[in-house]
Design a protein around this ligand. Structure first.
Ligand code: FMN
Length: 644
């Protein structure tokens, strides 16, 4: 299944939920009127006055002035108010069109401080998350609080008015925890953007506010954990009191281990500073209540069949399209580009007829993967459940903004196929929860050990789960006495995430879109149709079609990409071969470079080669070369869309 909405080319993610694209277009039209109208109106008034003065009397001029004032009011003041109103309505419509879970969020936007006070909570765990890891960590910290006699709540930064943060100091024993992932060029996640802007634009007086930050990143990126580092420092600058050192998780290594290790230090330091003690062993608390339904209880059209948000969106698509209501584009062409070998690279054309979606090269297409039907059946067989049973999972916490873990009511088969990810190695807290379902004591002891914070536990987890690439399905097969309740498993598994692909073709150059991917076994294998499941595996590199000055390199990079020549040629080779022309293109002709693909090797190699070119042909020192390259980036002449 492929979803589309318009998004900015230079962001690796969908636009912020609060700013769906069509809404932006409407608001943008009015904004332009706002910007232009005052000068235009003034100029017009001056010209009119100069021309008409000799022939018009004072009364005429007064009338003209009144008309001008009315025009000004109509085009500037009223329209900007209307624009704001349209924007408001549009946001509300988006909420209404979303799933029941999303609909309830409008009632949750009441201040988080008021919510904490009303429910007696002292800890708020904010998360800035794109693909769910930071959100999951926030949920775990919030749950931990019970063990210390505290009450916590996980909170989506996007749903909180951070102007309220200074008021946290008024709550006894209060603490703000931030779990923040970094993206792009060290940018915040979409849901943390407003919070980031708030900090940058001044923030507030955080005297008396206690805080701690756990940052999520990947060290292969240039701006490693930038968002967490920035927040940790900025909150201190604003007067906040850090209660524990910044934690940093590296997704390139074992982020689960980084988190578990930091969490232990964090709670130790909390115990010392707040004088609290763990009340006993960790307790397992369910977050969602199960209700099963008979088919006759629920009309068929009210049952989710895999929709991302809006029910029946498979049957009828309705604009405006955004992240919560993507346009589902049929695949028109799906052609394998490689001939022979073990690599697969597909040329995909999507049909966006009638969607009115505009795009640019570098914008993103989301591919919504679907789990393999045979694997879903296997889980059903292992857990001995009727996969066609209808059910709903409701959050036990009425204050939570998340009423259901995924769209409900639905069937177990749909939930396992479309909504949860069982093809990734599960985190330790999931293994811990499985322990109670083991009927064989040896399996229970094993799960106990592997999910413990001890050095043996961590090394066993690393070896058996991470290095062994054991998915939930593999674990259930390897430990046959472990038979968790399917609804509990669904609660514990992470949400299946959309995969984003950069569009490599420009509508100006080529009327089609391309999406590149390699088939990967497991989650995303199978024929590509309009519900295709593809997984992003790269690397590839391509100069942007719009960078005509580097057209030779571009043409060659296409050749490198398609690998049709006997020896493999990469863009790095071409940059080295044409080093002198590259320098001229950059320095004399003010050319642009765009790279897209692997961050770990390709992006670094390109950077190193550019450094050498600057040194060799520009006579710059290493520091000067670094500065020169940085300047290219800030001027938008060295664009990167990279990931690992
Ligand atoms: C497209 C992309 C860009 C990323 N950019 C950065 C980055 O600039 N710096 C960094 O430290 N980590 C970066 N990461 C790694 C993520 O921050 C990391 O995987 C994190 O665990 C994701 O958390 P989430 O699941 O809560 O979104 C990037 C990951 C992706 C997929």
């Amino acid at each position: 299944m492929i979803g589309l909405w318009h998004c900015h080319g230079d962001t690796p993610h969908p636009p912020p939920h609060s700013l769906p694209c069509l809404e932006l277009t409407i608001a943008g039209m009015f904004a332009r009127a706002d910007e232009v109208a005052p000068e235009v109106m003034e100029k017009v008034a001056e010209e009119v006055a100069a021309e008409v003065e000799p022939i018009l009397g004072t009364l005429d001029l007064v009338i003209l002035a009144v008309i001008a004032a009315l025009l000004f009011y109509w085009f500037v003041v009223k329209r900007s108010r209307d624009a704001a109103h349209v924007k408001e309505i549009s946001s509300l419509n988006n909420l209404k069109m979303a799933s029941p879970a999303l609909q309830t969020q409008s009632s949750m936007t009441a201040g988080f401080i008021a919510k904490m006070q009303h429910s007696g909570r002292n800890v708020v765990v904010f998360y800035g998350s794109q693909t769910g890891t930071a959100e999951e960590f926030a949920g775990r910290i919030s749950k931990d609080c019970i063990r210390y006699g505290w009450k916590g709540m996980a909170a989506d930064l996007e749903e909180c008015d951070m102007e309220d943060l200074p008021k946290l100091a008024e709550i006894d024993n209060s603490l703000a925890v931030f779990c923040l992932a970094t993206y792009g060029e060290g940018d915040p996640t979409d849901n943390a953007q407003e919070f980031y802007d708030w900090m940058q634009e001044g923030g507030g007086d955080l005297s008396g506010v206690k805080y701690v930050v756990f940052s999520l990143g990947n060290k292969t990126y240039e701006h490693y954990n930038a968002m967490g580092k920035y927040t940790d420092q900025r909150l201190e600058d604003l007067g906040g009191e850090r209660v524990c050192e910044l934690g940093m998780g590296d997704d390139d290594g074992n982020i689960e281990e980084d988190f578990v290790t930091w969490r232990e230090q964090f709670w130790t330091s909390i115990c010392e500073q707040y004088g609290v003690q763990p009340l006993g062993d960790e307790v397992s608390i369910r977050q969602y209540n199960l209700t099963t339904h008979e088919p006759e209880d629920i009309p068929e059209e009210k049952v989710f069949t895999g929709e991302i948000a809006r029910i029946r969106s498979y049957k009828n698509q309705r604009p405006p399209y955004d992240t919560k209501n993507p346009f589902l584009a049929p695949v028109k062409v799906n052609r394998e580009l490689h001939q022979g070998g073990d690599r697969s690279c597909m040329h995909i054309e999507l049909d966006i007829t009638g969607s009115k979606i505009r795009y640019e090269a570098g914008d993103h297409v989301a591919v919504y993967p679907v789990n393999d039907a045979a694997m879903v059946q296997k889980i059903g067989d292992l857990l001995e459940v009727d996969l066609d049973q209808l059910f709903t999972l409701d959050n036990v916490d009425d204050d939570s903004s998340k009423k259901h873990p995924f769209p409900c009511p639905t069937t177990y088969r749909t939930a396992l196929s479309y909504y949860v990810d069982f093809t990734h190695p599960p985190h330790t807290h999931v293994l811990k929860e499985l322990e109670e379902y083991a009927s064989d004591s040896a399996d229970a002891a094993f799960l106990h050990k592997i999910s413990s914070n001890t050095p043996e536990g961590k090394s066993l987890y690393r070896e058996w789960v991470v290095e062994g690439c054991r998915t939930m399905l593999a674990i259930l097969e390897d430990l046959p006495s472990v038979k968790p309740r399917v609804d509990h498993l669904l609660e514990l598994l992470p949400r299946l995430q959309a995969r984003y692909y950069s569009i490599s073709s420009s509508p100006k150059v080529h009327p089609k879109q391309h999406s590149h991917h390699r088939r990967s076994h497991g989650l995303c294998d199978g024929p590509t149709d309009d519900r295709t499941t593809v997984s992003p595996t790269y690397p590839w590199l391509e100069a942007s079609p719009s960078s005509s000055r580097l057209s030779d390199a571009h043409a060659a990079s296409r050749r490198a990409f398609s690998r049709i020549q006997p020896a493999k040629v990469y863009v790095t080779h071409l940059l080295e071969q044409q080093a002198e022309s590259v320098w001229k293109l950059l320095d004399e002709q003010k050319g642009h470079i765009y790279i897209c693909g692997d961050a770990r090797n390709m992006a670094r190699d390109v950077n190193n080669i550019l450094t050498k070119i600057c040194q060799e042909y520009g006579g710059l020192t290493t520091e000067q070369a670094a500065e020169y390259i940085k300047k290219l980036e800030t001027k938008g002449r060295y664009g990167k869309d990279v990931w690992s």
